[in-house]
Ligand binder design. Structure first.
Ligand code: BDR
Ligand code: CA
Length: 311
């Protein structure tokens, strides 16, 4: 039995790799891809998602546009990391496949209502606006969600867009708070994990050595955002954030973490969007998330390369 997922995303080169991995994996059935404003505005994320589906040879995939701005704040984007298009690096053709007419939030709600309860996993790779909107608009879907596995937040690494906040949570902290308080089983892949998943030259060479269009495109994507991350972190490669979500679905044994309480800061401008993770269990707040911390990065890249090679 395959696992049914909805990918909610703001591509983004690392989102793109996460999508490619999911589409390459027979263990997963992608019911649809829902787009949100984040790395770049919605018009571009919903365009980029379709370009990736076509790159994967899946023009039949359904792609939905969702919220074009956070719930209560102005949109913050990240062209400085991802380039003007959000997907700078490879030259990919404009998408031919259509954008679905339905709003992403309504697609999420309808899917959760129509599929058996406990069968659909949500995989957010960007700001949590679409997911929070769906939970607010249709609370009846909450007990029907199998799990939410998201990339966002940080504890030990603290922040990447501000000193104390990770980008996805920072862009829409109100939405994140709704999601973290919803009572849905939650798995959080924070910067603490993704900063260990570095695309070194050897690992990128392995993508390129696949000798396929997908392998070459992925190598060019990671090379593009590497120029930013190398300057910022001085590490031997850029972190490949969002594919960790897909990898967790396929190989949870590659990750370790703790089941703890995580709250979202939504008031202080200084620490807005901080994921206040009770890693040391110093409060009596009820655990609401499996917060990952460690990963077998070599195992992960072996998986990435093997899967991308199938496309
Ligand atoms: C997250 O922010 C985005 O720039 C990436 O796509 C990833 O989802 C990392 O903080
Ligand atoms: Ca993303």
């Amino acid at each position: 039995m395959t696992r049914q997922i909805i990918i909610d995303t703001d591509p983004g080169q690392d989102d793109a790799v996460a999508i490619l991995l999911a589409l390459a994996s027979p263990e997963l059935t992608v019911l649809g891809i829902t787009c949100v404003a984040g790395n770049v505005p919605l018009a571009l994320t919903s365009r980029n998602a379709r370009m990736i589906c076509e790159l994967a040879g899946r023009p039949d995939m359904r792609v939905f546009a969702g919220c074009d701005r956070p719930l209560g704040r102005d949109l913050v984007t990240a062209e400085h990391v991802h380039g003007q298009s959000g997907l700078d690096g490879p030259v990919l053709p404009d998408p031919v496949m259509p954008l679905q007419a339905q709003h992403a939030v309504d697609f999420i709600i309808d899917t959760l209502r129509s599929q058996p309860a406990g069968s659909v996993t949500l995989c957010p790779l960007g700001p949590l606006t679409n997911i929070a909107m769906a939970l607010e608009k249709a609370p009846d879907i909450i007990p029907r969600i199998r799990e939410i596995v998201l990339m966002g937040g940080a504890y030990f690494e603290v922040g990447n867009i501000t000193p104390t906040a990770e980008f996805n949570i920072y862009v829409d902290p109100q939405a994140a708070r709704i999601v973290f308080r919803a009572g849905v089983p939650l798995v959080v892949v924070p910067l603490d994990v993704t900063h260990k998943v570095l695309v070194t030259k050897e690992r990128n060479d392995a993508f390129r050595a696949l000798g396929t269009r997908v392998g070459e495109a992925v190598a060019q994507m990671t090379e593009f955002f590497e120029r930013f991350d190398l300057a910022k972190y001085g590490s031997p490669g850029a972190p490949l954030h969002d594919p960790c979500v897909t990898a967790y679905l396929l190989r949870p044994d590659l990750f370790t973490g703790r089941h703890i309480n995580v709250e979202i800061e939504v008031q202080s401008e200084l620490t807005m969007g901080m994921t206040v993770a009770d890693w040391w269990r110093v409060t009596s707040r009820v655990p609401n998330a499996l917060f990952l911390r460690d990963v077998d990065a070599d195992g992960l890249f072996a998986l990435f390369t093997e899967r991308l090679g199938r496309l």
